[in-house]
Design a binder for this molecule. Structure first.
Ligand code: CA
Ligand code: CA
Length: 196
């Protein structure tokens, strides 16, 4: 009981440095500018003129885009992921996604048969094996299997995290802990006296 109490007390007094997470995003999450949602169909002709950055615009074949960001106060990177929301991908074969030329995987087939022909999918890729590439500037390539494959990118979001520091007790917390330990010991002694 005493150890349980002191353990809990110590855990409470430690200041836990939480992990820092940054996001780098190309385009806005507005369903290609027309509110299309994950796993739903849409008509390519409904897509507008785009946001000027290559997103929300109907394009054909392989496209590349560069994501630049500041690593700021991020410590050693321990995890990262890439989320992309695209539609109409996959004419006669799936589209590959690459980061700085390294293959991450393929996009979900969004070029199914009718009634809508084009479907929107959110795909997420684990970047655990590519953390060394995350240096503040990365090129994303969407490599279609067919140059005539029409498709649209809503957004691409890179999420990068460090592990955060180990819990560190503060001096004032240590003083409190000492006071807590004395209190616990006194309580235990009182209990023993009562039992005797
Ligand atoms: Ca297509
Ligand atoms: Ca968008």
């Amino acid at each position: 009981m005493k150890h349980l109490l002191t353990g809990a007390l110590f855990a409470m007094l430690c200041t836990t440095a939480s992990a820092t997470t940054i996001e780098a995003q190309l385009g806005d999450a507005d369903g290609f500018g027309i509110g299309v949602t994950h796993a739903s169909g849409f008509l390519w002709s409904a897509i507008g003129g785009g946001d000027g950055d290559g997103t929300d615009r109907w394009v054909y074949g392989t496209q590349a885009a560069t994501l630049t960001y500041s690593l700021g106060t991020l410590g050693p990177i321990t995890s990262a992921s890439l989320e992309v929301f695209t539609g109409g991908q996959g004419l006669y074969g799936l589209t590959s996604v690459l980061i700085d030329g390294q293959l991450l995987g393929t996009l979900t087939d969004g070029d199914d048969v009718g009634p809508m022909y084009n479907y929107a999918w959110r795909d997420t890729f684990d970047l655990s094996s590519f953390l060394g590439l995350l240096d503040g500037s990365n090129t994303l390539t969407f490599q279609t299997n067919n140059s005539g494959d029409g498709w649209v990118l809503d957004y691409a979001r890179l999420t990068i995290s460090d592990e955060g520091g180990a819990p560190v007790p503060e001096p004032s917390a240590l003083a409190l802990l000492a006071a807590g330990l004395i209190a616990v010991r006194l309580a235990a002694r009182k209990q023993r006296t009562a039992q005797a």
